[in-house]
Ligand binder design. Structure first.
Ligand SMILES: Nc1ncnc2c1ncn2[C@@H]1O[C@H](COP(=O)(O)OP(=O)(O)OP(=O)(O)O)[C@@H](O)[C@H]1O
Ligand SMILES: [Mg+2]
Length: 467
């Protein structure tokens, strides 16, 4: 049975809930960092290009200081290298154009970007292309002067420095992400560890210990004062353990009591058998006083022996085994009448009609005989057994016109040994009868009982239930 299964161990650390939570937290933080990383590297690239345009803008303004918008070749080279560009061009709103560098000396242009038009998708796409680009591309970038929106600035630059700067920036973000995810993960881990994993572990340990030895009271589950799900689970578990423990103890005691009762009944029956032998001889005594008292004595001893026998039968009887067969109720009722279960003062009326059913005939005999005998013992003049089919079930009713149930009997009617309301009764008859009805998949119940009589009802399946 379940008790024989090997006791489970708590999982090792890397299989534990805590470790899984830790890994998941780190993964989730990394995912959210990536979601932040992509747009931020795109905006980094845009800023970089804008700064280059701004620097080029200042460089080209130097031309304005000269009368003919011309500078020496050396100065021109100097200005261009300061701005990091091959060519710088500017178109002012008045139509005036300024230019640094020779367009014919510029290498072929690989890509063009206009910073005046940049949507999120386009800038993300351009940034990703720039990042994965292996070779140095020559870029032509067009934008506006940072000072004057109408002034158009244009530069031709290498992409390699931009690529390097983006890589640097990415590395920085990666480092920051790792730090953030480690810190967050540790905090989340500690919080979960404290709030969930630790109490769940304690509950698991308690369950394992309880299964190992349910009666061990030394380590009760400590219930925390918290109103969340875990608090409720702890309280319920503690309650359940206490309840189970109590009923287990009670069952153990009852089992011991049962064994004692069996022993006592057994020995008592042997002693009574001796008394029975002696009392039988008293009946034929010459002393008229002894002779007169003897029958009462014999009857009392007989009843006591009977009680012992039935108690022993009850404690020894195992689970009911049913031997199904099809039969008519009428014959069964006749048999009960003929066997004298309704004593001489009671008439057994058969009103079962032609009803047939599939059941264990001997066991149903016991059920009905118990009910008829009870009615007869209670002093009923007439006991009527009637039957009817209701769909797939057969309903048998046993009605008598006796005095009704005594209050004591009514309270514990189907409890073994507890429901007897008459001298010499063991209080087993109805308990056994109901057990037999249950074994058939049916039920035995008290419908009514008053000074005018008592009605019991047996409800059985008409056919043997499919296996
Ligand atoms: N038809 C009835 N009319 C009045 N009282 C009844 C009737 N049936 C049962 N009782 C009461 O219910 C009690 C319990 O019945 P039950 O058959 O379980 O035990 P018992 O008759 O006392 O003992 P046993 O049947 O084991 O000899 C009876 O003692 C009796 O007082
Ligand atoms: Mg009885």
């Amino acid at each position: 049975m379940a008790m024989n299964r090997p006791r489970p161990k708590l999982p090792v650390l890397w299989h534990s809930l805590s470790a899984r939570l830790l890994v998941l937290t780190i993964a989730f933080v990394m995912v959210s960092e990536v979601l932040i990383f992509v747009p931020s590297i795109a905006s980094f690239r845009l800023k970089y290009l804008e700064e280059r345009l701004a620097a080029a803008n200042i460089a080209v303004l130097a031309l304005l200081a000269t009368p003919d918008a011309m500078v020496s070749d050396e100065l021109e080279m100097e200005l261009l290298s300061q701005a990091g560009a091959y060519v710088i061009g500017m178109k002012r709103p008045d139509g005036k154009k300024l230019m640094l560098g020779m367009e014919d000396k510029v290498p072929a242009i690989d890509a063009q970007f206009d910073l005046r038009q940049h949507g999120l998708f386009r800038s993300v796409r351009d940034a990703v292309v720039a990042l994965v680009q292996g070779r140095n591309r020559i870029l032509r970038v067009v934008g506006v002067s940072p000072r004057h929106n109408e002034t158009e600035v244009e530069i031709v630059i290498d992409e390699a420095p931009l690529h390097d700067a983006m890589l640097d920036y990415g590395a920085q973000i990666l480092a920051v992400s790792i730090v953030i995810s480690l810190v967050t993960a540790s905090l989340v881990y500690l919080a979960l560890q404290w709030w969930m994993v630790r109490p769940i572990r304690r509950m698991t340990e308690s369950m394992i210990a309880f299964r190992g030895d349910p009666e061990d009271l030394s380590r009760p589950l400590r219930v925390e004062r918290r109103s969340d799900e875990i608090g409720v689970a702890q309280a319920e578990l503690a309650e359940m353990q206490a309840g189970l423990r109590a009923s287990l103890q009670q069952k153990t005691r009852l089992a011991a009591l049962g064994t004692a009762v069996t022993k006592i009944s057994h020995d008592l029956r042997n002693m009574l058998a001796t008394a029975q032998l002696v009392s039988d001889r008293l009946v034929s005594s010459a002393d008229p006083q002894v002779k007169r008292a003897a029958p009462t004595l014999v009857a009392a001893i007989d009843r006591a022996v009977d009680l012992c026998t039935r108690t022993l039968d009850f404690t020894r009887e195992g689970p009911v085994r049913l031997d199904y067969r099809r039969f008519a109720l009428k014959g069964l009722i006749h048999e009960i009448g003929a066997d004298g279960f309704a004593n001489g003062k009671t008439e057994l009326v058969d009103a079962v009609g032609d009803i047939e059913l599939e059941a264990d005939r001997d066991q149903l005999y016991r059920v009905l005989a118990n009910l008829v005998r009870n009615a007869s013992e209670a002093g009923a003049v007439e006991v009527t057994v009637s039957a009817a089919t209701e769909g797939e079930r057969v309903i048998i009713e046993v009605r008598d016109n006796g005095p009704g149930l005594a209050p004591r009997a009514r309270q514990n009617l189907f409890t073994p040994f507890a429901g007897s309301g008459r001298a010499g009764g063991s209080g087993l008859g109805l308990a056994i009868a109901r057990e037999l009805a249950h074994a058939h998949g049916g039920d035995l119940s008290l419908v009514s009982s008053d000074a005018g009589g008592t009605l019991f009802r047996i409800d059985l399946p008409a056919r043997r239930p499919a296996a």
